[in-house]
Design a protein around this ligand. Structure first.
Ligand code: ZN
Length: 67
């Protein structure tokens, strides 16, 4: 994932802007392969295989279910 894309994305939980908080592996072209981004509220999202993953273990498994 390229950091130039971050301004186009927002936290899926709170909608605030995201910033890179950790880079564990980057490609020669500067793409983040493994790392983390954090929003202004503190939600942390992993970057895995160059993809920013917006999933949470505590998220409902069925987004359409009504509680
Ligand atoms: Zn957030």
């Amino acid at each position: 994932m390229y950091t130039t894309l971050l301004p186009l994305m927002q936290c899926t939980v709170c909608g605030r802007e995201l910033s890179v908080s950790s880079i564990r592996q980057a490609s020669a072209s500067g793409e983040i392969v493994e790392g983390e981004v954090t929003c202004a509220t503190g939600h942390v999202w992993p970057i895995e295989n160059s993809i920013l993953v917006f999933t949470r273990e505590d998220a409902p498994s069925d987004p359409w279910s009504k509680s």
